[in-house]
Design a protein. Structure first.
Length: 107
């Protein structure tokens, strides 16, 4: 497995194995010595939304930016409110040299 520092969206219909594939890729990356965080997009949004009024947004953002690879599952099930918080992470991953991101979604 070679990591190039690009986003890797995995898109397809329900039940095709997108989550399974992402878990397998994350596991392989761990075996190769990379740090990986697997979570759902909704969990990211909920954690960031809870951290924001408590003044802990930066700390919580760093939690998702720290691993070499972030796997955000179920991107297609996002609520409209709060999605801007998730895209802050995606934007920062994109502009940080050497950062990787993998996302999955269902249609």
């Amino acid at each position: 497995m070679r990591i190039e520092g690009e986003n890797a969206p995995v898109i397809g219909n329900v039940g095709l194995g997108k989550t399974h594939l992402s878990i397998a890729l994350g596991h392989t990356a761990c075996v190769k010595g990379h740090s990986v965080l697997f979570t759902t997009a909704v969990d990211i949004i909920n954690a960031l939304a809870a951290a924001q009024p408590a003044g802990q947004l930066k700390r919580e953002l760093n939690r998702y930016l720290k691993p070499a690879i972030l796997i955000a599952d179920e991107l297609g099930y996002l609520p409209i409110h709060g999605a801007d918080l998730l895209f802050q992470i995606i934007s920062q991953l994109r502009t940080s040299i050497g950062r990787k991101s993998s996302t999955t979604t269902a249609r």
